[in-house]
Design a protein around this ligand. Structure first.
Ligand code: SF4
Ligand code: SF4
Length: 59
């Protein structure tokens, strides 16, 4: 699961485009991550402002 630092996020929508399973959505509140996330970290590496991080301890 991805967590989003909403203070950093520029809402560019780029992470939404790079996610291979469409787990990210840009809403009025910012980026939301849903349970389709496969923890591939593509979006974490992509984000130009490092607003995304991967939580590995769930499930
Ligand atoms: S790529 Fe980063 S800055 Fe852009 S919308 Fe995603 S989390 Fe926000
Ligand atoms: S870690 Fe991978 S699957 Fe999860 S939201 Fe980011 S790009 Fe999508």
């Amino acid at each position: 699961m991805i967590t989003v630092n909403r203070d950093k996020c520029a809402r560019c929508g780029g992470c939404v485009s790079v996610c291979p399973v469409s787990a990210l959505t840009l809403t009025e509140h910012g980026i939301e991550c849903d349970k389709k996330c496969i923890n591939c970290s593509t979006c974490v590496k992509f984000c130009p402002v490092h607003a995304l991080s991967l939580k590995k301890d769930e499930k």
